[in-house]
Ligand binder design. Structure first.
Ligand code: SF4
Length: 64
């Protein structure tokens, strides 16, 4: 699993960070940081998949 973010779409609303806080972090400037682009933990994979489908602007994509 590898996570990519479309920076043109992401508005920094933090929905993904709320679901997968070990992977996503939104800073004070509303910039999203992917702190673990290739997570190993299956539980985290599930959180990431939920984040992808929950992103309001569909900015996240996965390569399995
Ligand atoms: S949920 Fe989507 S728009 Fe919001 S911070 Fe995450 S990637 Fe960006």
């Amino acid at each position: 699993m590898k996570i990519t973010v479309d920076r043109n779409l992401c508005d920094g609303n933090g929905v993904c960070m709320g679901i997968a806080p070990d992977v996503f972090d939104v800073d004070d400037d509303l910039t999203l940081h992917v702190t673990d682009e290739i997570p190993d933990d299956p539980d985290v994979h599930a959180q990431v998949r939920q984040s992808v489908t929950s992103c309001p602007v569909l900015a996240l994509t996965l390569v399995e």
